[in-house]
Ligand binder design. Structure first.
Ligand SMILES: Nc1ncnc2c1ncn2[C@@H]1O[C@H](COP(=O)(O)OP(=O)(O)O)[C@@H](O)[C@H]1O
Ligand SMILES: [Mg+2]
Length: 422
């Protein structure tokens, strides 16, 4: 249905749009509302409130005009027009006096018979965890999100490592993107899915496309290294998590977590409440020790959920003597319940091209036929299987010619089927 909303309430139109089957127009001036009502195709419904400080007689005039042309009218007078509430109800208009946008959205949904997006399941939640910085959490989050998007999945990336916001530069998130840290400061009453929705950032370059690709959307924490006053207490993070996990419209929520897992055991919490954990694992001695520490922590705090943890091996940089194969068998012996979802090859050239690029570009588009892209898709497919997700699009395919071309450009001389172990 088409709904015209005349309101200045923060995020209200966006929240109503979260319902399926409704197109919202939100003009900022009352004469624009009038023009829509007098047009050849008036909307089905009009919502008016007094938050734009329009004079009451003009609000009435718009409401009267709407009714005359057969448009349903709903009013909300929490402010200056509150005194007219009885009159509105007396005139047979559905009317409330409510200041909380989330509550107004719910009321509008009930009144107009809108239902939360049908058919969209609640996403699986996957925390990308590590006990050490710089091991590739953010890197893995980025390429997995882009890979799954190419399979038609809708991914929400939640930047929860506010000490080191690597997602912001990686996805070229502009400083105008909202920060959910402000929402956390507003308190638990605002952490429902309706409250969170307006804080979700949807970059143009990762929107769903006509060829069936899904979107990658973001919950961004801070744009620079977080300041102390923005620190998030663990109970607050956990409360906010509930709202994020209840968001509709995503197949998958990927949580980029901080390395201080004792103070911020985010991955542990995700596991405890039924989500999954992916642990990027470069084979170097310190890195695998860090992975071991986190796995021990997870085993201590969620002993029955370890099978929802998976290792993602990261091919080491040149010169590292430990191999993925050796380290993998080491982990299998020590943590038999923990599976592997594959290995990401090193792709320094693609990573560098993406970093140096003027504007955002995915490594998967820079090297669509590279062994790196093939591995990302294989890892994504394994992850989907483990999560019980069914991608809407088939796995991207490369012909032999295309793979050879990629090889000649230096996008890694590794065949598709062999494990990418040095
Ligand atoms: N497979 C890879 N190919 C090329 N570069 C990689 C690969 N994996 C990780 N890197 C690089 O290593 C660094 C890892 O950092 P990051 O993902 O920010 O780690 P974390 O989030 O764990 O702190 C990044 O600069 C990334 O570009
Ligand atoms: Mg990071």
């Amino acid at each position: 249905m088409e709904l015209v909303m005349f309101t200045a309430m923060d995020g209200l139109a966006a929240q109503v749009e979260q319902f399926g089957d409704v197109a919202v127009l939100a003009p900022s001036r009352l004469d624009q509302v009038t023009r829509l009502l007098e047009g050849t195709r008036p909307p089905e419904a009009l919502y008016l409130d007094d938050t734009r400080a329009a004079p009451l007689p003009e609000l009435w005039r718009a409401a009267t005009l709407a009714r005359r042309v057969g448009v349903r009218v709903l009013v909300n007078f929490p402010g200056a027009a509150r005194g007219a509430l009885n009159d509105a109800q007396g005139a047979g208009l559905p009317a409330i006096a409510e200041r909380d946008p989330a509550a107004v959205a719910v009321w509008l949904g009930e009144q107009l018979g809108l239902h939360a997006n049908a058919g969209l399941s609640r996403g699986a939640v996957v925390a990308v965890g590590a006990a050490k910085g710089g091991i590739g959490k953010t890197f893995a989050t980025c390429v997995l999100a882009e890979g799954l998007r190419r399979r038609g999945l809708r991914v929400l990336v939640w930047d929860s490592d506010i000490s080191n916001p690597g997602l912001v530069p990686a996805f070229r998130i502009p400083s105008s993107a909202p920060s959910y840290l402000h929402l956390i400061q507003r308190g638990p009453a605002h952490w429902g899915p309706g409250g969170i929705a307006p804080f979700i950032f949807q970059p143009d370059h990762t929107r769903a496309t006509g060829n069936g690709w899904g979107a990658v959307d973001f919950l961004i924490g801070s744009h620079a290294v977080a300041r102390a006053e923005n620190d998030v207490r663990l109970p607050d993070w956990q409360g906010f998590y509930q709202g994020v996990a209840a968001l509709e419209g995503y197949d998958l929520v990927l949580v980029d977590t901080p390395p201080d897992y004792l103070r911020r055991p985010y991955a542990t919490h995700v596991l405890q409440v039924g989500g999954s954990v992916v642990l990027p694992c470069p084979p170097g001695a310190r890195e695998r020790m860090g992975v071991g520490h986190l796995l021990d922590h997870l085993r201590d705090h969620a002993p029955d959920s370890l099978e929802r943890c998976a290792l993602l091996f990261m091919e080491p940089e040149r010169g590292v003597t430990a191999t993925v194969g050796e380290v993998a068998s080491l982990f299998t012996r020590r943590y038999p319940q923990v599976a592997s979802i594959g290995t990401l090859p090193r792709a320094p050239r693609l990573a560098s091209l993406a970093d140096e690029h003027d504007g955002y570009v995915s490594m998967l588009d820079l090297g669509p036929h590279s062994a790196f892209a093939a591995a990302v898709h294989q890892v994504g497919a394994d992850l989907c299987t483990r999560l019980g997700l069914t991608p809407r699009l088939p796995m991207p395919h490369s012909s032999l010619w295309e793979r050879m071309g990629a090889r000649m450009r230096g996008d890694r001389p590794v065949a598709l089927s062999t494990p990418a172990v040095a």
